[in-house]
Design a protein around this ligand. Structure first.
Ligand code: ASP
Length: 345
């Protein structure tokens, strides 16, 4: 790279771009084109920064798949003109959004870094400045003429994670995210240290970006709890048009082995509904067949989510359901890492 990297900031909403209205005490979005004025330190970075903002920035609780598409298309439309992208969203649903974007962008060769903050940018004790400045620094980090990060990352509180490995773990700590099944891709201290052996290295640098735009939203997350009734399970599985279920199970993928419950799942699978087993535990993996209580799930065709997060699993489900795959092929694609989102045992 001979010239300075060109970074596009995409502001979708969230606390990071808000300021306090001192009259009402409520947070409101500010004009994001003024970002460099709000954070003059950005001028010290060795890159050029341009920004684009949603016309009406959203609280990330209002995030949906149409907005996923908007983000993916902004990246697609600007892919050749920029060297890296920093996407600012609210932290509440950031892991869902960033996971989905990781599946939507196939053959990504440039950094796409999601970040946000717990406190607004104008707040005295804000975490927004550090998160934003370091995210941009990461997006413009090059080695041997090529970006170090060529995947979708999530940067928060001194750590860069693979986005589709993350979960929001705190509503008030600055350390709001964790990636409990995969180590950070980079850590920011006195030095910005990349764990280069962990970052994604595309096999073929010349592959063109493909943006997968169709996501199927006829899906549900069904979290088990002791006492869940068969009526509840049956009515969820009877939702018309339902195509996929993330079944949040106990421990290493265990569920009740009572016949009526298993029969309900089996009937749903026979109807063509794909059911994926994801553990409720924040770390560790599903190991179907390890206990008697997961053996039957395996036998009736429940798909093994291994160590994927629920956020990533629901995104992968929406993405893969778009293809008319048999249960066997669907299982084959779901049970292998497509964007580094799971670990094969
Ligand atoms: N409620 C906000 C949002 O997710 C919180 C944040 O920005 O972190 O949009």
């Amino acid at each position: 790279m001979t010239t300075k990297p060109n970074i596009l900031l995409i502001y979708t909403g969230g606390t990071i771009g808000m300021v306090k209205d001192y009259k009402t005490n409520a947070l409101k979005a500010f004009d994001f084109s003024q970002i460099v004025n709000k954070i003059p330190e950005l001028q010290q970075l060795n890159c050029t920064i341009e920004s684009i903002s949603f016309d009406a920035p959203i609280d990330s609780s209002n995030m949906n798949t149409n907005y996923y598409l908007t983000i993916a298309e902004i990246i697609e439309d600007n892919y050749n003109a920029y060297d890296g992208f920093v996407v600012l969203t609210g932290s509440d649903t950031m892991s869902f959004t960033a996971s989905a974007i990781s599946f939507m962008l196939e053959n990504l060769q440039k950094p796409v870094i999601f970040t946000g903050s717990q406190l607004p940018i104008g707040d005295l004790r804000t975490d927004a400045k550090e998160n934003l400045i370091t995210s941009i620094e990461i997006a413009c980090a090059y080695k041997n003429g090529s970006p170090i990060i060529k995947e979708v990352g999530l940067y928060f509180e001194y750590k860069l994670y693979r986005a589709n490995r993350t979960t929001k773990i705190s509503s008030e700590q600055f350390e709001a995210f964790a990636s409990l099944n995969f180590p950070p891709l980079a850590e920011s201290g006195v030095h910005l240290k990349f764990n280069e052996h962990l970052v994604h290295h595309p096999k073929d640098d010349n592959k063109k970006l493909i943006v997968r735009k169709k996501l199927v939203t006829d899906v549900v997350i069904l979290k088990l709890f002791p006492g869940i009734s068969n009526e509840v399970v049956a009515s969820i599985l009877a939702i018309s048009n339902l195509k996929g279920v993330i079944l949040e199970t106990y421990g290493s993928g265990n569920a009740p082995n009572a016949k009526p419950f298993i029969k309900l799942l089996k009937a749903a699978i026979d109807k063509g509904i794909k059911i994926v087993n994801v553990t409720q535990c924040k770390s560790g993996s599903v190991l179907m067949g390890h206990y008697d209580t997961s053996l039957l799930l395996k036998e009736i065709g429940v798909i093994n989510g291994l160590d994927i997060t629920t956020e990533s699993a629901i995104a992968k489900l929406m993405y893969l359901l778009n293809e008319p795959l048999s249960l066997e092929d669907f299982t084959h694609f779901f049970e292998k890492p497509l964007r580094g989102e799971m670990t094969l045992k």
